[in-house]
Ligand binder design. Structure first.
Ligand code: ATP
Ligand code: MG
Length: 406
């Protein structure tokens, strides 16, 4: 195997200051969890970077997995060698000779971080470059725009020889910035909002409102599928709360204020989510709203809806265009699932002309006239079913602590 390690870089901002230890600890936990099926892989930290020792495993599937984890700015498969010129030269030549595409030009970029090494960076560029050129006479040096930039990173513990720098997903590692509830519909937007929230280091618990039997079992499966996909990115199982919403929707319909029904439903969703947040120690609510996209997402609508909640409402997509959201959905692999045609609980009750400018006092008046409204909301909270989802598994969360396959 050519490469024996993968180096993970975090980006400067994150590794400075007081958060550094916490950040590095989270990062290591997250990487270990994502690679849990590889029993013999080991890890070590060095100067704000994390090294994954491959122990004979091919690097490709491992790098593929790691590039989707949050908190990693870039990664490189590397050959590590002793601090010895001949060994470094050999590693460099081996790497150049095994490149998948034969380059015509290259340059060596050596960096001597460990100053006791006898040759400085300039000398190393020359010493390594000339060795490669002697063995590969067709190759030429191009310092401005080489096909391959061969990097030689001289550290105290070893020298790392590599050329490939794979972009990571960036952001913060899982759960390094607290927990929020994610309002997850089966649509295109909310899974993308969830991904952006996870990327910011928020742990999320997803909340989905269903109107069974008006909405189908497939609609629920679709949301389960989306939540599973999100758990792939966090590297941790994700909790999905399935809230029975039929009773509330049919009650709200009886208020006979067709154009306010979406406003009323959204406020009910927020109230229920807030109670779930409290029970699960979350401090915010993430939604997939994007300004102006539909009637309930005008600023006046969002104002009236948002007043039903005290927790901060986090709306990562608020200023994004639909095509940008779709591009992200495709990139994170949720788009194909999102466009499956199953009915959402809100589309079922969609009025002909939903209000774009609801009146808060009227909305509050309607709610105050619903008999036992508080209890109705509480019943929905109590009737909520919880699933714990990993990319390939799902488990029902049961009070007795007994797990069952779903
Ligand atoms: P999405 O593509 O996420 O469904 P959308 O553009 O279709 O968004 P709406 O249907 O108006 O917009 O929903 C706005 C937001 O409200 C969603 O992004 C989601 O966060 C939340 N939401 C809507 N329906 C549900 C539901 N059934 N369960 C949970 N959250 C929901
Ligand atoms: Mg929707």
């Amino acid at each position: 195997m050519l490469y024996d390690q993968i180096v993970l870089r975090y980006g400067d901002l994150m590794v400075k200051g007081r958060n550094r230890n916490r950040f590095e600890k989270k990062m290591l936990e997250q990487v270990k969890q994502a690679l849990i099926s590889y029993e013999d892989i080991t890890y070590f930290k060095s100067f704000g970077r994390l090294f994954v020792k491959l122990n004979g495993h091919p690097y490709e599937p491992i790098a593929d997995r790691l590039k989707d984890l949050f908190g990693i700015v870039s990664l490189s498969p590397v050959i590590s060698t002793e601090l010895d010129l001949e060994k470094i030269r050999l590693a460099a030549l081996t790497l150049m000779q095994s490149l998948p595409e034969k380059p015509s030009t290259f340059k060596v970029s050596a960096k001597r971080a460990w100053k006791k090494f006898p040759h400085n960076s300039q000398e190393m560029n020359h010493l390594v470059g000339s060795h490669v050129l002697r063995a590969m006479p067709d190759l030429k040096v191009n310092v401005n725009k080489p096909d391959v930039e061969l990097r030689v990173d001289i550290q105290e513990e070893a020298t790392y020889v590599f050329y490939d720098v794979i972009a990571g997903a960036g952001g913060f590692p899982f759960s390094s910035n607290g927990k929020a509830m994610l309002l997850l519909s089966g649509g295109i937007d909310s899974p993308v909002a969830g991904w952006l929230a996870l990327r910011k280091g928020l742990e999320v618990e997803a909340v989905h409102f269903h109107s069974y039997p008006f909405t189908s079992e497939q609609a629920k499966d679709k949301v389960i599928e989306l939540a599973k996909r999100l758990s792939y990115f966090s590297g941790e199982p994700i909790k999905l709360h399935l809230v029975p919403f039929t009773e509330i929707q049919t009650t709200l319909v009886q208020a006979k204020s067709d154009n306010l029904i979406i406003t009323l439903m959204r406020r009910a969703m927020l109230r229920i989510t807030e109670q779930l947040a409290e029970r699960n120690k979350a401090n915010g609510i993430v939604t997939g709203e994007s300004l102006g996209q539909v009637a309930s997402q005008t600023l006046p609508s969002m104002n009236v809806i948002g007043r039903a909640a005290d927790l901060p409402l986090l709306k990562p997509l608020i200023m994004m265009d639909k095509h940008e959201i779709i591009r992200l959905a495709e990139r994170i692999g949720t788009f194909e699932t999102s466009i499956l045609p199953y009915e959402d609980c809100c589309t079922l009750f969609l009025p002909k002309s939903p209000s774009t400018n609801p009146n808060l006092r009227i909305v509050e008046k309607i709610e105050s006239l619903i008999p036992n409204y508080k209890q109705l909301l509480l019943d929905a909270v109590e009737g909520t079913e919880q699933l714990l989802l990993s990319p390939h598994h799902q488990t029902a969360v049961q009070a007795a602590g007994e797990d069952s396959w779903f």
